[in-house]
Every structure is written in structure tokens, then in C-alpha cells.
Design a protein around this ligand. Structure first.
Ligand code: NI
Ligand code: MN
Length: 228
């Protein structure tokens, strides 16, 4: 049994019996979150890309938990220079960690790393995460990708975390197409309502997913959890 907790924007904690990971820990400055980086206990930090609303509090959380950051090579190199423990990977590559297996997927988005001494660049990614007997796809920030059909064909995805905010990522229309390609058991929308520019009605999205696809959809607010 995995416990999935949402912290707003693209930040999710996934906890198994033995390990906890956090993805895209943007907490400081996140208007939807009421926890602080000091509240997080984790074994690894996964970061999809270098934008501030994803990289967020990664350095502090990784350092305080003595946890590695799992990210693309360039982002990992940048963080390592800052004294953070890292595990560099790249798109298409997978690795078995003590907590589970992680594979980096392509994502179509911007590659700039928010750094005071930048600019640094990488490519953004998503994650296919295998923990216990579950497969979770975190899309990161991305537009609709034909690749999603492959992810769906070759993985039995239990949970897909998909952006629906539009403007910077897929909006609800394309996210609905993504669901039809990925064929996940459950979809949880993310990356909406954090800022006015990405305001969406997640309940309307949920209804469309459940009317037009075989997938279930769950809308959860920040700080809410569910069991998978
Ligand atoms: Ni982004
Ligand atoms: Mn973003």
C-alpha cells in the first residue's frame, strides 16, 4: 500500500512501508501549501526540471534529510556543485533504488535551471516510478506527447499525475487525450490553480475523464492524501 500526498503544483510525496520520496518539492512561495520544507522527511528527492515551481526547496530538503536528488545529468551536476548529494540520470534511463525503480521519460517543456549564478540548462523529464507493486507516472511539465501512447502500451500505469493548468503545460483538453493514451487506472490532475494564469476547474476535468475514458480520476487538494 502506498500513501500519496499532494502539496500543490507538481509536488507529491509517495510513501511505502519502508521509504518516502518527494517529487518537485516547491513549498516556499507555493500559495497552496501550508507545510514548510522542514516538515518533510524523505529518502530521495526527484526533480523533473529546473524551473522554480519544481526545483523549489530541493536543496534544503535533500541536505536536511541526507537524501539524494534524482534528476537529469545537468541538473544533478548543478546541484552537486552546490554540495547536494545527487544521482544523475537521463531520459530513457532507469535505475533500481532502495525505495523502488525510477525511469526518466521525455517531457516537452523548457530546460532552464533557476539558478542565481546561471543560466544552466537541461532537458525536462517525467518519471515512471515503480514502488512496491505499483507503477506511477509523474508527467512533469509537458505538452501532450505521442510518446505517452508507448508509456501506456508498455506499462500498466496505476496512477498518472498529469498537469492540466494550460498556458505552460497541457490544458484539460490535451490532458484528456493523454489519459486515453496512457490508460492509467487512476488520474490525479496537478499544476493548476497555484496561480491565476493556470486556473482550471479540476472537477470538470474529472467528469470528462470518467465519461470519456476507462480511467478513474481523483481530485485532491493540497495536503490531502490517499492510498494506492
Ligand atoms: Ni516548468
Ligand atoms: Mn511548472
Amino acid at each position: 500500500m502506498l500513501k500519496i500526498t499532494f502539496h500543490g503544483q507538481a509536488c507529491f510525496e509517495i510513501a511505502s512501508k519502508s521509504s518516502t520520496i518527494i517529487i518537485d518539492p516547491f513549498l516556499t512561495g507555493n500559495p497552496l501549501t501550508d507545510i514548510s520544507p522542514g516538515d518533510i522527511t524523505c529518502d530521495a528527492v526527484l526533480v523533473t526540471h529546473g524551473h522554480g515551481d519544481h526545483l523549489g526547496d530541493t536543496m534544503r530538503i535533500a541536505t536536511e534529510n541526507n537524501a539524494p536528488v534524482i534528476a537529469t545529468f545537468e541538473l544533478a551536476c548543478y546541484l552537486q556543485k552546490k554540495g547536494v548529494q545527487v544521482h544523475p540520470m537521463h531520459v530513457g534511463g532507469g535505475h533500481a533504488f532502495p525505495f523502488g525503480h525510477v525511469k526518466l521519460t521525455p517531457a516537452s517543456h523548457g530546460g532552464m535551471i533557476d539558478a542565481e549564478d546561471g543560466p544552466y540548462f537541461t532537458v525536462p523529464c517525467g518519471f515512471l516510478i515503480r514502488m512496491e507493486d505499483k507503477t506511477i507516472y509523474h508527467a512533469g511539465d509537458t505538452g501532450l506527447l505521442a510518446d505517452m501512447e508507448l508509456f501506456g502500451r508498455f506499462n500498466e500505469i496505476d496512477l498518472a499525475l498529469l498537469p492540466i493548468g494550460d498556458n505552460f503545460t497541457m490544458g484539460p483538453d490535451d490532458a484528456l487525450i493523454a489519459v486515453s493514451l496512457l490508460k492509467p487506472r487512476l488520474v490525479v490532475p496537478m499544476h493548476y490553480n497555484t496561480f491565476d494564469l493556470i486556473a482550471q476547474d479540476p472537477e470538470a476535468f474529472r467528469k470528462r475523464v470518467e465519461a470519456k475514458t476507462e480511467s478513474k480520476c481523483k481530485v485532491i487538494g493540497p495536503q490531502e492524501s490517499f492510498e494506492l
